[in-house]
Design a protein around this ligand. Sequence first.
Ligand code: DMJ
Length: 657
Amino acid sequence: MVFRKLPGVSASGMGLRLSQKFVFLLFLSGLVTLCFGALFFLPDSVRLKRIFLSKTETQPVTVGSGSENDATREHLKRPRDQEPARGMTPAKGETTSTKLKSLSRNPTVSLEATEERLAGGKAQEDFTLPRSKTESKTESKTESASEKAATSSSASNRAAMSDRFSYDKFKGCLLKPPLGRDTGRPSDPQTNERREKVKEMMKFSWDNYKRYAWGKNELRPLTKNGHIGNMFGGLRGASIIDSLDTLYIMGLMEEYNDAKEWVQTSLDLNSNGEASLFEVNIRYVGGLLAAYYLTGEEMYKSKVMELGEKLLPAFNTPTGIPRGVINLGSGTSWSWGWASAGSSILAEFGTLHLEFVHLSELSRNPIYTEKVMNIRKLLNKIEKPHGLYPNFLSPVSGNWVQHHVSIGGLGDSFYEYLIKSYLMSDKTDEDAKKMYYGAMEAIEANLVQKSPGGLTYMAEWRGGILDHKMGHLACFSGGMIGIGADDGAPEKRQHFLDLAAEITHTCHESYTRSATKLGPEAFRFDGGGEATATRLSDRYYILRPEVIESYMYMWRLTHDPKYREWGWEAVEALEQHCRVESGFSGIRDVYTMTASHDNMQQSFFLSETLKYLYLLFSDDDLLPLEDWVFNTEAHPLPIIRRGCLQDQATQDKTVSE
Ligand code: DMJ
């Protein structure tokens, strides 16, 4: 007998007392738990770790189906403050609540980043800090759904991209010169004078940025210094990148050359900070792509390729839906802390398509197109409530997290990129077309409303309940519906054009009904108000472009002179209320004449607001819509004429043979 009876010890079991046994077992189980827990801290290469953890850590999830394991793991990492809002249905499988991996990192509370998104991004509601660091590094070790999709479609993509990108061929496939016959100069003297005024505003904004904030992201025009913030992960010069194409099309060549030199010598892409994937994509990738296509400078191309590669790890999630935040150095990505249940935002992962297709075009590497096509595939496949696309989607399960639908913040540019993807593909991307018109039908059935005073507006939808509010951001939709009118069903074309005009009219009303003649951040159609902000917190204007953007498109589509008049009203209001000694600044209340400035000259003012105004007062042959689509930051990207490019390649081959 191995265990002998000891004197004074009871005869139970191994000769230990019950309480001693209990303590021993407790110690043993503690030890086992500790050893298991320690596995998480071992380097990825350690064999033991791979043996014990590989199954759960690397399980791939097929597009659209979701996986309970992954969903649960994801939830395990989610801090408590990120439970789905009350009354909202959590995604399937997301019910367990423990913390595990998140404990190994210390989430930084980034109030500044959040405030910046409030100021600059389209996706900007439901703020809850701190941010969740639901890391995707481990998931990246497996073949994600997007990578699978990538492999399957890469063969056909590669075939279409077998030759190197040639700038000359690209130029040869444009229908018109990008800058028009005479740089878009209008023959009408008054319009030309107005155009010159806008150019002067650009020069004034730029000069002050250069003087006080050179190399920083934005100018603070009151304190006369620069602002860096942390929206771009340590990247600098957002105002420079955002201005390149505006300076170029305005013929401000000295300024453009300064900007170009800065990109060449000082744009450092080796930053190691936490960036918004969406913001870096629309401003930096979009800005560099546009600069390359307009000028043919190879330097922009190599910069943008380098940056594009740094964004790829954000897609290493079980579904291939990227998370919102990425560390540009390490490639680690996570969801915004304020986004429900670790979700990704529709307007963020849905606003990559145009730029990523062009990254593939230039690099001849299909990976970028495959990443965004995978997003498309998933969105196509999952069920949509009433045909609508909610704003929050789990990158783990691939299910909607909340049923909030909006054409403004959080949703907006997703819809914009559907129709623009179709147009940019030379009208060959039938899926994008189908999704866009399908979405429009659902939007019209569920969101489009008429106010008692006869104004047409887009309400927001919260699980079937309408919120009669329209954000300034949603005002881009006038232009979007306008450019999409022509390719709709023949019987709906005029209807779409009318709807676009009505929405643009409503947005103009939101401007005319304020004391400053600038529009508030959000306006309502209930509580006795019509197209006015009722909450104090909605009264600000931060130099946003969306209303002017719609004027520009509606002008190009209809040539109704009222759009130029409305644009001019905006110029006068900007001059009167936003121009300060050293630049342009947002204002805190559009309903009061005693301006309180927010001390920020947003980079999108240079990229979008002033560019759209300049185009509004130019002839249509400056960046003609037959050849160009504008990304959501107003950076022009060319329509890809695959047929023409291939014909040219064949011709070249024949000649050389
Ligand atoms: C810009 O950065 C882009 O237009 C983006 O899509 C939304 N927010 C700002 C302008 O308001």
